[in-house]
Design a protein. Sequence first.
Length: 375
Amino acid sequence: MLKNLVNTFIFIRQRLYFDAALSITIMALLLIGIIMVASTTSVVGASTFGDGFYHLKRHLIFMVLGIGLFMVGNITDHQVYKKWVMPGFFGSLAVLSLTLIPGVGTKLGGAQRWINLGFFQFQPVELMKFFITVFLASALTHKASKIDRFSKGVAPILMMVCLPILVLSQQPDLGNIILIVMVTFSLLFVANIPVKHLLTFAATALTGIVTSIALYPYQLERIKIFLDPWADPLGRSYHIIQSYTAIGSGGILGHGFGQSKLKFFYLPLHYSDFIFSIICEEGGLIFASIVVLLFLNLLFQGFRISREATAPFSSYLAVGLTLFLCIQACLNIGVVIGLFPITGIPLTFISYGGTSLVVSLFSCGVLMNIAKGNR
């Protein structure tokens, strides 16, 4: 048995590939995530569970699981996902639809986006986003000769992407709808589809988003808060104003790690959606800028890997995975600093959470495999 374990380890080690620049960036973001989760969750962990390290231990467990899937993505030939794209897409869609079933889906904060698995809340949209990327990469590759024709090229692709969007609209999850729309638009742009088709898609997407906001009062409320955050500082605007307070009090150098005052139940969701506020409070402008630069470098490295890829599917897949990781981070930071309405999107690699961290690490493993193919 020991011999088999050794042979398995040697086999995995021989097939693993690490792109130096991308690896350093990912490790830096994961390390920042550990530091910030440890800093932001000690108070709520001790108060709620009697253990100041409760959230940190769970975060590390998810990270270990994510690293395991990172290795799976790293050693598995990414071309295999093309063969499983339709079963993966519709399987993920089926799991995503389970969130709408009473008793199966868990409702938190006005949205029914999770499935309770006992140990943690699983968010199926994270898995769905991966297979949307694989589908888009595969479809754009196979329909390259028809991409200039809307009915035969673009329309079938958009009809497929609309399926998970329709499910998300029922949860509702406007943040991930916007994220999927932005990544889809970007990949269509990269594929050089005609501008008139891009404008048609953009107009349709904008109409759908406006309709969703009109149908769900809490989304409309978030838009009002975004437009005038000072209208009700002790009521509906409390959350974003506390975020501004955390950011402003950090100044250039910050108060030091572990020294946040807003984490003492003043800032809601300070360890998940609004963890960047505490980064600014404890680390100041300098540390916040380092985090932003790391995400910019992640974007650059992902695009470099895409540019070096010789197969169109590999190139599109690298772009799509990179955009999902980086646009999600952009939306989160934009919400925290007041550039966008509140969306409920976590900060990639850094926010406390399970599904997002695990799937993000798996996506990075796939990126590594694409980079390995380039070599």
